[in-house]
Design a protein around this ligand. Structure first.
Ligand code: TTP
Ligand code: MG
Length: 359
């Protein structure tokens, strides 16, 4: 008999494949098999926004999310470039999340196309027979994939693991249209060869610092003691020590779907002229405020992002003493942050963005 504690959980992570692009492909069957890029207008290579996503055919050319659209155009000028049809994607997302809800009472949606399902209750249902539990979880994942395909003609990938981090990494490793389960006893072997940047919390910067020390894989990084990681990366270092060993106790939380929302604008030409920047930023404030109202969302932190000439990107944020939905507070605080950017950094601005978060 297995004791169901934090150590004995079973979590399923589902992530739709090339979500925006896959929806476009479904809506336009003649696109099938062709590279598709959803995002800003490439304007024959002169466009200034970024790629939202690319389908797997387009990814073969090296195109990926967040890449400048001009670069994507260079890599594959013959790809089909499409604008973001946010309303449609959001409708599809709702339908998919409704399907997912029917498979577990404990679901956490973490983005438009991504959710965690806590299946730990299977331990109770199946009388603590561990093999049965993992087998049943696989069956659930297969059914979920089949149902989504049947109803929405879209493919999803599922990962199953003893915690959220492992389920997500398993999912990423099985993309597209895959299913991968990592049992607790398989975690160590699965983790060893992974690139360090696959571990959540290890981004480009931390990754680079570790690489300088000759560390490429999770296995390499395990040479560091908890104390050494703490010295290198502070509090994050301690969390990293755990994650490198596949430990993650984050619970699956049933909560309001949206944690943050925001908008951004890329200027036609880099500019330092407040007369062009401020009206655009005020429009962003209006758009974000409108969305806040529609979603019944209260925010506690406000972040302004500025991308300067040369793609150098900075953020400034403020956390309020309490959550609010007040547009005036949003405008006032956001404008203060923007003005600090304009006065502190002499470079021309390429993009401005505004984001609000619950916590
Ligand atoms: P992802 O799940 O990260 O990407 P994806 O679904 O396109 O591809 P896959 O999961 O198969 O790797 O993001 C979901 C959607 O969110 C994506 O289709 C477009 C949008 N998105 C952006 O708009 N900008 C981004 O930088 C990212 C990462 C995603
Ligand atoms: Mg996805």
């Amino acid at each position: 008999m297995v004791n169901v504690t934090m150590k004995n959980r079973i979590i399923l992570h589902l992530d739709m494949d090339a979500f925006f692009a896959a929806i476009e492909e479904r809506e336009n069957p003649h696109f099938k098999g062709k590279p598709i890029v959803v995002g800003a207008d490439p304007r024959k290579g002169q466009g200034r926004g970024v790629v939202s996503t690319a389908n797997y055919e387009a990814r073969k050319f090296g195109i990926h999310s967040a890449m400048p659209i001009s670069k994507a155009y260079q890599l594959c000028p013959t790809a089909i470039f499409l604008p973001v049809n946010a309303e449609l994607y959001s409708q599809v997302s709702k339908k998919i999340m409704n399907i997912i809800q029917t498979y577990s009472p404990l679901v956490e949606q973490t983005s438009l196309d991504e959710a965690y399902l806590d299946l730990t209750q299977l331990y109770h249902t199946l009388k603590y027979d561990r093999e049965e539990v993992w087998e049943r979880a696989r069956v659930i994942a297969k059914e979920l994939k089949r149902k989504i395909f049947e109803e929405e003609r879209l493919t999803a990938t599922c990962g199953i693991g003893p915690n959220k981090m492992i389920a997500k990494i398993a999912c990423e490793s099985a993309k597209p249209d895959g299913l991968k389960a990592i049992l607790p006893e398989e975690v160590e072997k699965f983790f060893e060869p992974l690139d360090i940047e696959e571990i959540p919390g290890i981004g480009e910067k931390t990754g680079a610092m570790l690489r300088v020390k000759g560390v490429q894989t999770v296995g390499d990084a395990k040479q560091f003691s908890k104390e050494e990681l703490r010295q290198l990366f502070g509090k994050n270092g301690e969390a990293m020590y755990e994650r490198l060993r596949g430990i993650d106790e984050e619970p699956v939380i049933k909560e309001r779907v949206i944690k943050s929302l925001g908008k951004e604008h890329t200027f036609e030409k880099d500019t330092r002229d407040p007369a062009s920047i401020i009206p655009v930023f005020e429009d962003l404030v209006e758009e974000v405020a409108g969305e806040i109202q529609r979603e019944g969302f209260a925010f506690r932190s406000i972040t302004v992002v500025c991308r300067f000439h040369g793609f150098e990107t900075h953020t400034k944020a403020v956390t309020l003493s309490a959550a609010t939905a007040d547009k005036k507070v949003l405008r006032q605080e956001a404008m203060k942050l923007l003005l600090r950017f304009i006065t502190e950094n002499p470079k021309p601005i390429r993009l401005v963005g505004l984001r609000v978060k619950i916590a």
